[in-house]
Write a protein that binds this ligand. Structure first.
Ligand SMILES: Nc1ncnc2c1ncn2[C@@H]1O[C@H](COP(=O)(O)OP(=O)(O)OP(=O)(O)O)[C@@H](O)[C@H]1O
Ligand SMILES: [Mg+2]
Length: 273
């Protein structure tokens, strides 16, 4: 039986008279890998930041693991939620090792050995060579910095991982290997992930469910297969048109084409806990 990990109930967010999010309701089950995609400025980052209480909703309620986050201490809440974002999120004056050890050090102050083992483990999992431990962020490539950011978020052993375009600024090959690594991490830890991306291919590859937003509203929230086979409206159909037509067959025959992502099972099956 699946358990709800995150739930939005009629959430609204406005800045002054500017209504960014009108009425957002959805839930994420424990162990789900939800990718969120939508046009720039449609409210994806705002949605993520409301979950870890970096932004407060104007109205409505958000529940994390059954508790209304209005009743939570934000610092405590953020300890159970990893947050990995694109760009310079590392502490520049700390080495790779110190960056990753930051939260484990807070949690077990005395047990240095345990923290050191955790750092080794997460560096291995995200594919960082141990020789990079003593380097500073400015001495790393963009892809390496992103891996450190992900290792740091994961080292806190969070129940939920929020990722805001984490693979945005890397080359195709690094991006593809980071995607494979996050899939493996998800399989191994069964952590609940919410992942914002602008890349529909990435969204479909990673997700157990894809949340498609436009103008602060959900256009479709479904498994990759169902989104490809049954786009809910024009907006979604346009977004996935190329992914549906990789086999170059017409609409009526797409379901039977061996090259069609919609038919050949290249997308992930939904997680059943
Ligand atoms: N502090 C703020 N004050 C006023 N408006 C804001 C503020 N923060 C964000 N906004 C506006 O809210 C809207 C949603 O922003 P948000 O960052 O959530 O978009 P997004 O979907 O993440 O976009 P992108 O894909 O470009 O990252 C945007 O129009 C933005 O300009
Ligand atoms: Mg954003």
């Amino acid at each position: 039986m699946s358990e709800t990990m995150i739930e939005f109930r009629h959430v609204q967010k406005a800045y002054g008279s500017d209504n960014i999010i009108e009425d957002l309701s959805f839930s994420v089950q424990k162990g789900d890998f939800v990718t969120m995609i939508g046009s720039s400025g449609c409210g994806k980052t705002t949605t993520l930041k409301m979950i870890n209480a970096l932004i407060e909703p104007t109205a409505g309620d958000i529940f994390v693991d059954g508790t209304n986050i209005r009743d939570c201490d934000p610092v405590q809440l953020r300890r159970s939620i990893g947050y990995a974002i694109q760009g310079s999120v590392l502490f520049p004056h700390m080495t790779v090792e110190q960056n990753i050890a930051y939260v484990p050090n807070l949690l077990n102050k005395r047990d240095k050995k345990r923290t050191a083992l955790a750092v080794d483990k997460w560096m291995r999992i995200v594919g960082l060579d141990p020789s990079l431990k003593e380097r500073y962020p400015s001495e790393l490539s963009g892809g390496q910095q992103q891996r450190v950011g992900i290792a740091r978020a994961l080292a806190a052993s969070p129940d939920i991982l929020l990722m805001d375009e984490p693979f945005g600024a890397v080359d195709e090959i690094t991006r593809s290997s980071l995607q494979d690594e996050i899939l493996r991490i998800h399989r191994e830890t069964q952590i609940t992930i919410l992942f914002v991306t602008h890349d529909i291919q990435e969204a479909l590859k990673l997700a157990t469910k894809v949340l498609i937003m436009d103008h602060g509203k959900i256009q479709q929230y479904d498994t990759p297969t169902r989104i490809l086979q049954h786009p809910a409206n024009e907006f979604v159909a346009k977004l996935v048109r190329r992914e549906r037509h990789t086999c170059l067959l017409d609409e009526t025959r797409i379901g039977s084409c061996e090259f069609s992502r919609a038919a050949c099972g290249m997308v992930r099956a939904p997680y059943r806990g």
